[in-house]
Design a binder for this molecule. Structure first.
Ligand code: ATP
Ligand code: MG
Length: 253
């Protein structure tokens, strides 16, 4: 399996008035293209912190993360590549923390999707508008130049794939918890990310609804080859992933 993400010597500390809090204490890991990996571990072990750093939402204190996005062909890489190439860097083997903050944002938007325990949908917007949001942002930041109609149609197709087309004009408050989470999944998938980081995606759902959401994630993985890294406290679901990793005291094994 081709490696998508390599992590080497990753450390993360938080600096509090009372002193340094070491959370990640030297993580070496690799995640393959199309792999579904679950990360388990006790509360406070550092799972969310790891996902945040891996997903470029937070910076590491030490260590390196490398994304291998495609073969080394410029056309196949995301929209931030021109600036990267100008600096003599490979457009497809990316250390996101070597990029400027603006470039990291573009990188994140085009390569990564997030699903959290709470859906964080925008309450004033309908389901389909929420799903369209990453597409609208990509257009406004000149990452892509597709029309509003195309964005609308793609969002509709995704909602259909997740069994939600009939709810497309509902606002989040007019959807069930499971439906809200499926809208959040559709939104995470809108820009066809290479990898989706999911932090307890079923943590707020009842057993059957959680199972159904998990089944959808696995279906998306086999259909589109999307890599999933899923933090979960649900042993039954973690066992259905391709691989289980455990976070113990800031180390992954
Ligand atoms: N922004 C922060 N500032 C300071 N300390 C933090 C911050 N974020 C997390 N921590 C600390 O880092 C440790 C790991 O937190 P993290 O949220 O990664 O744990 P977790 O494994 O996801 O736990 P849970 O299963 O409860 O979600 C905790 O002790 C927490 O207090
Ligand atoms: Mg957590």
């Amino acid at each position: 399996m081709k490696e998508l993400i390599t992590v080497a010597g990753l450390e993360k500390s938080f600096y509090m008035p009372a002193g340094e809090v070491k959370v990640l204490k030297g993580i070496d890991a690799a995640f393959g293209e199309g792999e579904v990996v679950s990360i388990v571990g006790a509360s406070g072990a550092g799972k969310s912190t790891f996902l945040h750093v891996l997903g470029t939402l937070d910076k590491p204190t030490q260590g390196k993360i490398t994304y291998r996005i495609k073969d080394n062909q410029k056309g196949d890489c995301p929209g931030f590549t021109d600036a990267v190439v100008e600096r003599g860097l490979s457009p497809c083997v990316i250390d996101p923390f070597s990029l400027s903050n603006g470039e990291i944002a573009v990188f994140r938007n085009s390569v990564i999707g997030f699903i959290f325990q709470f859906h964080y949908l925008l309450p004033e917007f309908t389901a389909i508008e929420n799903v369209m949001m990453p597409g609208m942002i990509a257009v406004s930041s000149q990452q892509s130049a597709v029309s509003h109609k195309e964005i609308y149609e793609k969002a509709g197709k995704l909602l259909d794939e997740l069994g939600l087309y009939a709810r497309k004009d509902h606002k989040p408050g007019e959807l069930s918890g499971g439906e809200q989470q499926r809208v959040a999944v559709a939104r995470a998938l809108f820009l066809e990310p290479k990898v989706v980081f999911a932090d307890e995606p079923t943590g707020n759902l009842d057993k059957a609804t959680g199972e159904e959401l998990f089944r959808l994630l696995m279906e998306i993985n086999s259909k589109h080859g999307t890599t999933f890294i899923i933090v979960t406290h649900n042993e039954h679901l973690s066992k259905r992933c391709h691989r289980i990793m455990e976070m113990v005291d800031g180390k992954l094994r």
